[in-house]
Design a binder for this molecule. Sequence first.
Ligand code: FES
Length: 252
Amino acid sequence: MGHIIAKVQKAEKETEQVSLLTLDISINAQPGQFVMAWLPGTEEKPMSVANASPLQLAIADAGEASKKMASLKKGDILMVRGPYGKAFSPKGKKWLMVGGGYGFAPLRFLAKEGIKKGAQIQSIIGARSKKYLMKEAPGKNHFTTDDGSAGEKGNVMAVLEPLLKKEKFDCIYCCGPEKMMLAVALLAKKNKISCQLSVERYMKCGFGVCGHCAMGGWLSCIDGPTIDGEEALKNPQFGKLACDRAGKHVKI
Ligand code: FES
């Protein structure tokens, strides 16, 4: 699949670390899918879709290529190919989003689409501190920060555990640091609630050829990035090991 040349229509600073770029193109993507974004002269990067029409990408300024993308301004060009990967699959009507850091971006897209279809949505949005908190989604929002500078003090579990004692949900959708997703998947299993995660691995091709994004025999780019929580828990590398850019296993 070739690249589409997109122009930045709007560049907003969503958090201290994240730029929300609105591009002048729309793509036929579902929440949970990703695109490969490229600035000539830098490495191509997978970016989860934060909105499909117009296409929005929430870019964290981590790493050289992403830093350059995050500093793009109105009128700048970004090359995009995709969408790729498996989207989240809607389940029932009562959904709970659990997002850590910029991992909340695809969940907000899912919440927007869910509300249009009549789903009842709550979101738990967590970050290290207030300046790293992503903006709210439609529905009811709960915020947590590790340092207590906004919302509940602690990580997303500080809200998730008591909430699951009070209310029933048909599905938990979760995206963020892998250790956080591991804890959420274990709690969902204990409470017998269906759970879907978005597992990120280092990606090169985006369509199942290079093998860089493998988590055991599971390829994040074509088998995922979304994965059922119970399936992830059965994968011995989930929450433990990932490949770096040289293809070497490193601890998470
Ligand atoms: S990124 Fe190449 S196989 Fe997944």
